[in-house]
Design a protein around this ligand. Structure first.
Ligand code: SF4
Length: 248
Protein backbone atom coordinates (compact mmCIF):
# COMPACT_ATOMS: atom_id res chain seq x y z
CA UNK A 1 0.00 0.00 0.00
CA UNK A 2 2.79 2.42 0.87
CA UNK A 3 4.36 2.02 -2.59
CA UNK A 4 1.00 2.45 -4.30
CA UNK A 5 0.30 5.65 -2.39
CA UNK A 6 3.73 7.01 -3.23
CA UNK A 7 3.14 6.23 -6.90
CA UNK A 8 -0.24 8.01 -6.89
CA UNK A 9 1.24 10.99 -5.06
CA UNK A 10 4.00 11.32 -7.62
CA UNK A 11 1.66 11.01 -10.60
CA UNK A 12 -1.06 13.29 -9.27
CA UNK A 13 1.40 16.05 -8.40
CA UNK A 14 2.11 16.81 -12.06
CA UNK A 15 -1.49 16.69 -13.27
CA UNK A 16 -4.18 19.33 -13.71
CA UNK A 17 -7.29 19.07 -11.55
CA UNK A 18 -9.31 17.53 -14.39
CA UNK A 19 -6.55 15.01 -15.11
CA UNK A 20 -6.42 14.06 -11.43
CA UNK A 21 -10.15 13.32 -11.36
CA UNK A 22 -9.92 11.49 -14.67
CA UNK A 23 -7.22 9.21 -13.31
CA UNK A 24 -9.11 8.50 -10.09
CA UNK A 25 -12.39 7.82 -11.93
CA UNK A 26 -10.67 5.49 -14.41
CA UNK A 27 -8.84 3.46 -11.75
CA UNK A 28 -11.59 3.51 -9.13
CA UNK A 29 -15.02 3.09 -10.78
CA UNK A 30 -16.76 3.05 -7.41
CA UNK A 31 -15.16 6.22 -6.05
CA UNK A 32 -17.33 8.38 -3.81
CA UNK A 33 -16.90 12.13 -3.38
CA UNK A 34 -18.23 13.54 -0.11
CA UNK A 35 -19.18 17.19 -0.53
CA UNK A 36 -19.85 19.66 2.26
CA UNK A 37 -20.79 22.26 -0.36
CA UNK A 38 -17.81 24.39 0.74
CA UNK A 39 -15.64 26.27 -1.77
CA UNK A 40 -13.30 23.33 -2.29
CA UNK A 41 -16.13 20.87 -2.74
CA UNK A 42 -17.98 23.12 -5.16
CA UNK A 43 -14.81 23.33 -7.28
CA UNK A 44 -14.51 19.53 -7.23
CA UNK A 45 -18.20 19.11 -8.12
CA UNK A 46 -17.66 21.39 -11.10
CA UNK A 47 -14.60 19.37 -12.17
CA UNK A 48 -16.39 16.03 -11.75
CA UNK A 49 -19.38 17.28 -13.76
CA UNK A 50 -17.03 18.59 -16.47
CA UNK A 51 -15.15 15.30 -16.67
CA UNK A 52 -18.42 13.43 -16.78
CA UNK A 53 -19.59 15.57 -19.70
CA UNK A 54 -16.26 15.09 -21.54
CA UNK A 55 -16.59 11.31 -21.18
CA UNK A 56 -20.29 11.34 -22.17
CA UNK A 57 -21.29 10.09 -18.75
CA UNK A 58 -19.05 7.03 -18.77
CA UNK A 59 -16.61 8.37 -16.19
CA UNK A 60 -18.78 8.73 -13.13
CA UNK A 61 -18.01 9.54 -9.51
CA UNK A 62 -20.80 9.30 -6.95
CA UNK A 63 -21.36 12.61 -5.13
CA UNK A 64 -22.87 12.53 -1.66
CA UNK A 65 -23.42 15.14 1.04
CA UNK A 66 -24.24 14.90 4.74
CA UNK A 67 -27.69 16.34 5.31
CA UNK A 68 -27.31 16.52 9.09
CA UNK A 69 -30.65 18.20 9.66
CA UNK A 70 -28.82 21.22 11.16
CA UNK A 71 -27.55 22.89 7.97
CA UNK A 72 -27.86 26.59 7.14
CA UNK A 73 -30.77 27.42 4.82
CA UNK A 74 -28.17 28.86 2.43
CA UNK A 75 -26.45 25.46 2.25
CA UNK A 76 -29.72 23.64 1.56
CA UNK A 77 -30.46 26.11 -1.23
CA UNK A 78 -26.95 25.57 -2.65
CA UNK A 79 -27.57 21.82 -2.99
CA UNK A 80 -30.57 22.61 -5.17
CA UNK A 81 -28.71 25.24 -7.23
CA UNK A 82 -25.74 22.91 -7.77
CA UNK A 83 -27.94 20.03 -8.92
CA UNK A 84 -29.72 22.29 -11.39
CA UNK A 85 -26.58 23.98 -12.66
CA UNK A 86 -24.59 20.78 -13.30
CA UNK A 87 -27.45 18.35 -14.01
CA UNK A 88 -26.59 16.30 -10.92
CA UNK A 89 -28.48 14.48 -8.23
CA UNK A 90 -26.30 14.86 -5.14
CA UNK A 91 -27.21 12.09 -2.72
CA UNK A 92 -28.21 13.45 0.72
CA UNK A 93 -27.21 11.17 3.59
CA UNK A 94 -29.40 11.67 6.65
CA UNK A 95 -29.27 10.44 10.27
CA UNK A 96 -31.93 7.97 11.34
CA UNK A 97 -34.99 9.33 13.15
CA UNK A 98 -34.29 6.94 16.03
CA UNK A 99 -30.76 8.33 16.53
CA UNK A 100 -32.09 11.92 16.61
CA UNK A 101 -34.56 10.97 19.32
CA UNK A 102 -32.01 8.99 21.29
CA UNK A 103 -29.51 11.87 21.27
CA UNK A 104 -32.12 14.48 22.25
CA UNK A 105 -33.31 12.34 25.13
CA UNK A 106 -29.77 11.83 26.44
CA UNK A 107 -28.10 15.22 25.82
CA UNK A 108 -30.85 17.61 24.64
CA UNK A 109 -31.17 18.81 21.05
CA UNK A 110 -28.27 21.27 21.44
CA UNK A 111 -26.34 19.22 23.99
CA UNK A 112 -23.18 19.53 21.88
CA UNK A 113 -22.35 22.85 23.58
CA UNK A 114 -22.04 21.14 26.97
CA UNK A 115 -19.07 18.84 26.49
CA UNK A 116 -16.71 17.49 23.86
CA UNK A 117 -18.16 14.05 24.45
CA UNK A 118 -21.69 15.31 23.70
CA UNK A 119 -20.44 17.16 20.63
CA UNK A 120 -18.67 14.10 19.28
CA UNK A 121 -21.75 11.98 19.95
CA UNK A 122 -23.79 14.41 17.83
CA UNK A 123 -21.23 14.39 14.99
CA UNK A 124 -21.17 10.59 15.24
CA UNK A 125 -24.85 10.02 14.58
CA UNK A 126 -25.45 12.98 12.27
CA UNK A 127 -22.26 12.63 10.21
CA UNK A 128 -20.11 9.56 10.80
CA UNK A 129 -22.90 6.95 10.74
CA UNK A 130 -24.50 8.34 7.53
CA UNK A 131 -21.04 8.69 5.97
CA UNK A 132 -20.31 5.02 6.67
CA UNK A 133 -23.44 4.14 4.73
CA UNK A 134 -22.46 6.46 1.91
CA UNK A 135 -19.03 4.84 1.61
CA UNK A 136 -20.35 1.27 1.66
CA UNK A 137 -19.09 -0.50 -1.45
CA UNK A 138 -16.77 2.39 -2.41
CA UNK A 139 -13.26 1.61 -3.71
CA UNK A 140 -11.92 5.13 -3.02
CA UNK A 141 -12.96 8.27 -1.15
CA UNK A 142 -12.50 11.72 -2.67
CA UNK A 143 -12.43 14.85 -0.52
CA UNK A 144 -11.78 18.56 -0.97
CA UNK A 145 -9.13 18.83 1.76
CA UNK A 146 -6.31 21.33 1.15
CA UNK A 147 -2.99 21.45 2.95
CA UNK A 148 -3.14 25.16 3.82
CA UNK A 149 -6.57 25.06 5.52
CA UNK A 150 -5.40 24.61 9.12
CA UNK A 151 -2.67 23.13 11.31
CA UNK A 152 -3.28 19.41 11.02
CA UNK A 153 -4.41 19.61 7.40
CA UNK A 154 -0.89 20.73 6.43
CA UNK A 155 -0.08 16.98 6.39
CA UNK A 156 -2.59 16.33 3.61
CA UNK A 157 -1.29 14.49 0.55
CA UNK A 158 -2.96 13.68 -2.78
CA UNK A 159 -3.40 10.05 -1.80
CA UNK A 160 -3.56 8.72 1.76
CA UNK A 161 -4.74 5.65 3.56
CA UNK A 162 -7.82 6.32 5.68
CA UNK A 163 -7.64 3.98 8.60
CA UNK A 164 -11.10 4.71 9.94
CA UNK A 165 -12.85 3.68 6.71
CA UNK A 166 -10.11 1.37 5.33
CA UNK A 167 -10.10 3.22 2.03
CA UNK A 168 -7.69 5.15 -0.15
CA UNK A 169 -8.56 8.79 0.30
CA UNK A 170 -7.81 11.14 -2.59
CA UNK A 171 -7.43 14.87 -2.03
CA UNK A 172 -7.16 16.35 -5.55
CA UNK A 173 -6.94 19.91 -4.18
CA UNK A 174 -4.18 19.12 -1.66
CA UNK A 175 -1.74 21.63 -3.21
CA UNK A 176 -4.29 24.37 -3.99
CA UNK A 177 -3.83 27.69 -2.19
CA UNK A 178 -6.99 29.62 -1.32
CA UNK A 179 -6.02 32.16 -4.03
CA UNK A 180 -5.78 29.48 -6.72
CA UNK A 181 -9.07 28.00 -5.58
CA UNK A 182 -10.73 31.43 -5.71
CA UNK A 183 -9.49 31.99 -9.26
CA UNK A 184 -10.83 28.63 -10.42
CA UNK A 185 -14.24 29.39 -8.91
CA UNK A 186 -14.40 32.84 -10.43
CA UNK A 187 -13.18 31.83 -13.89
CA UNK A 188 -15.81 29.10 -14.12
CA UNK A 189 -18.62 30.93 -12.36
CA UNK A 190 -19.06 28.06 -9.92
CA UNK A 191 -22.00 28.54 -7.51
CA UNK A 192 -20.90 29.03 -3.89
CA UNK A 193 -22.53 29.55 -0.52
CA UNK A 194 -23.37 33.29 0.00
CA UNK A 195 -22.22 32.90 3.62
CA UNK A 196 -18.59 32.92 2.45
CA UNK A 197 -18.95 36.65 1.72
CA UNK A 198 -20.08 37.12 5.34
CA UNK A 199 -16.77 35.78 6.73
CA UNK A 200 -17.67 32.10 6.89
CA UNK A 201 -14.75 30.45 5.05
CA UNK A 202 -15.64 27.02 6.47
CA UNK A 203 -19.33 26.14 6.83
CA UNK A 204 -20.78 23.22 8.72
CA UNK A 205 -23.93 22.89 10.79
CA UNK A 206 -25.61 26.20 11.63
CA UNK A 207 -25.36 25.96 15.45
CA UNK A 208 -21.67 24.98 15.30
CA UNK A 209 -20.36 27.56 12.83
CA UNK A 210 -19.67 31.26 13.31
CA UNK A 211 -18.06 33.96 11.16
CA UNK A 212 -14.30 34.38 11.71
CA UNK A 213 -12.47 37.55 12.70
CA UNK A 214 -9.60 39.08 10.69
CA UNK A 215 -6.40 37.05 11.12
CA UNK A 216 -8.13 33.91 12.40
CA UNK A 217 -7.51 30.46 10.95
CA UNK A 218 -10.00 29.45 8.21
CA UNK A 219 -11.53 26.84 10.53
CA UNK A 220 -11.61 28.96 13.69
CA UNK A 221 -15.38 29.41 13.31
CA UNK A 222 -16.06 25.68 13.65
CA UNK A 223 -16.87 24.50 17.22
CA UNK A 224 -15.31 27.76 18.39
CA UNK A 225 -16.20 27.10 22.03
CA UNK A 226 -13.77 24.16 22.09
CA UNK A 227 -10.62 26.24 22.38
CA UNK A 228 -7.22 24.58 21.81
CA UNK A 229 -8.90 21.45 20.45
CA UNK A 230 -8.59 19.91 17.01
CA UNK A 231 -11.40 21.62 15.04
CA UNK A 232 -12.55 18.50 13.24
CA UNK A 233 -15.79 16.49 13.40
CA UNK A 234 -14.13 13.09 13.13
CA UNK A 235 -14.57 12.72 9.36
CA UNK A 236 -11.03 13.84 8.61
CA UNK A 237 -8.82 13.26 11.60
CA UNK A 238 -5.02 13.21 11.63
CA UNK A 239 -3.79 9.97 10.16
CA UNK A 240 -0.83 8.00 11.44
CA UNK A 241 2.34 8.62 9.49
CA UNK A 242 3.01 6.21 6.58
CA UNK A 243 5.22 3.93 8.69
CA UNK A 244 2.19 3.14 10.85
CA UNK A 245 -0.10 2.13 8.00
CA UNK A 246 -1.72 -1.22 8.66
CA UNK A 247 -0.71 -2.33 5.18
CA UNK A 248 3.00 -1.64 5.69
S1 SF4 B 1 -21.48 20.04 13.66
FE1 SF4 B 1 -22.72 20.41 15.51
S2 SF4 B 1 -24.88 20.05 14.94
FE2 SF4 B 1 -23.55 19.22 13.31
S3 SF4 B 1 -23.34 17.11 13.78
FE3 SF4 B 1 -21.57 18.10 14.75
S4 SF4 B 1 -22.19 18.73 16.83
FE4 SF4 B 1 -24.04 18.12 15.68
Amino acid sequence: MKNLLEKFNKELKNMSLLQRLEMIADKFPKAVFTSSLGLEDQALTWAIAKNWAIANGSRNIKIVTLQTGRLFLETIELIKTTNERFGLNIIELTPSAASVEEYSAKYGLNGFYDSIQARKACCDFRKIAPLKKGLEGADAWITGLRADQSGYRSQIEFAQWDKKFSLIKFNPLADFSSEKLGELIEENNIPVNPLHKRNYPSIGCEPCTRAIKPGEDERAGRWWWERDQNQECGLHEPEPQPTNHPAN
